[in-house]
Design a protein around this ligand. Sequence first.
Ligand code: ATP
Ligand code: MG
Length: 631
Amino acid sequence: MTSYAEFHRRSLEDRDAFWAEQAQLVDWKTQATQICDYSKPPFVNWFVGGSTNLCHNAVDRHLKDRADQAALIFVSTETHQERVYSFRELHAEVQRMAAVLIELGVKKSDRVLIYMPMIAEAAFAMLACARMGAIHSVVFGGFASGSLASRIEDASPKVIISADAGSRGGKVVAYKPLLDEAIRLSSHKPDSVLLVDRGLATMNWVAGRDKLWEPLRQKHLDTVVPCEWLDASHPSYTLYTSGTTGKPKGVQRDTGGYAVALAASMKHIYCGNAGETYFATSDIGWVVGHSYIIYGPLIAGMATIMYEGLPIRPNGGIWWSLVEKYKVTVMFSAPTAIRVLKKQDPVLLKKYDLSSLRALFLAGEPLDQPTAQWISEGLGRPIVDNYWQTETGWPILAISKGVDDAPTKFGSPGKAVYGYDVKLIDENTGAELKGANQKGVVAIEGPLPPGCLQTVWGDNDRFVSTYWNTIPGRMIYSTFDWGIRDEDGYYFILGRTDDVINVAGHRLGTREIEESIAGHPNVAEVAVVGVADQLKGQVAMAFAVVKDTRLLTDEAAKLKLEGEIMKRVDGDLGALARPARVRFVTVLPKTRSGKCLRRAIQAVCEGRDPGDLTTMEDPAALQQIKDLVAG
Ligand code: ATP
Ligand code: MG
């Protein structure tokens, strides 16, 4: 093994040769004539002249060696369905879906919006679009009419694919009325709405527009729809960011670069092999669902589990029972999900045979040490934090286990991933911070590697003005996260740039304060925000979810706990970081993807309008904070 440092160096200094090699991990109809065209920075075209197809790489090319092996494993603990599709069956279903879309008038480059629960048909729909070069735009099924309407407006889809209903915790959530309302709200109207009827809810039918999937599928049981060979830069999909910091951004991804980036990441980072099973617990509505439920594992020839249901129903062992049953080798989840499991009986972690599992990857938000330790001890497997964004589509920071035998460090998602020229930038001067242990904005010098966003859908100007800064002669992409790099090249994410607070001229990451508070045995979760203060500029304000909720009605106990927490922060970070107040709540306001909406909390604390809340999970959570602040 060449050293990882050498591997990473080569990916930047000998960029074209490096990516030309990685490109051999996927099938091409025609090979690229130019690996990287960066003549119009910050826009980049990867694999110019190459043509390929994501669906071909995810499905068709495996028919030769593994037609009868599992490809898609659909498990619903909501409707008690479980079905394994082989690559052969997946190939057939995807062609049926593609044939139906063609019948509905969908052509290459048309948009197809997918608003669906976690059912196999959603995977068929994504792959069918990729097959014919239609651009899919998956909208998380948990969103209601308002958020859906703005995405319909933006994507202007020819067809929308949906279902009668989803189900969550045993409760049916009818999708059709939400969709009808969203279409009413949007000025763009789709030609057709294709509906999967799961028999969960009755549907109000709009004649002429609405079409039922099953009868159309029956018409096309044997229709052959070949893969369309697409330019590497042909857009494969658009997808919105989570909206944690404001209005969501519509990320546009290419075809060839994405295929190569995912194939390479499956090899070098996740170390998944063909014939094995991958289990990502996310939802197809998020980037993890795109990259590591659907495309990544299938491109690697792995079976992938698509799970509809809660992690704690019928009980907190459900995921581990799937690991045992399907011999999952690689698993991917989010800290927020692990914190949910942490409240369950720890015995559930020991009940199943997890010997197939090699590692659990976590991403999406900071992995706090108590959570990491709990799950790592419980599973007896390496827990690998990795850091990335909807924009990048695959990890920016990780330990690339396939090429790096370096250990993981608690609290760090690891080192700069090959292909990424990661820098820390001084927020005030814009200069690069080259030394160890200096705090700065995590940034990437262009060109972004294959697989990252091409642009913001329909808005090149927004792409440039949102993300890019110029250091004389160089273009730098900002992640809007704040971090630090140690002497071994490991990064630590300190929070979002919005979340940096400035107390009497000292810059503190809210994450550091949260880490300290989360270490208290009675704290399940905590959010710290900076609040304007006349004297100090800003002060920290903490909102903690307590484990023992009896405390919430006991004023004396609350004061005592507040004192204990302040003392902890004094000891860990110094009195400067001590929150002005620690308030207690039962739940924190989060996005539907599980990210804490600190900017909304901060706005409420400062008496400002909390801004775009369309991606918020539970409005009652923010109300609790409003009440506390008002009281
Ligand atoms: P928006 O950009 O619309 O405000 P968002 O940034 O939450 O929403 P995502 O793309 O889903 O949208 O999330 C990416 C962000 O999640 C990162 O920029 C970072 O703040 C956070 N994140 C992801 N993985 C990690 C990780 N391993 N450690 C710390 N933070 C992480
Ligand atoms: Mg973001």
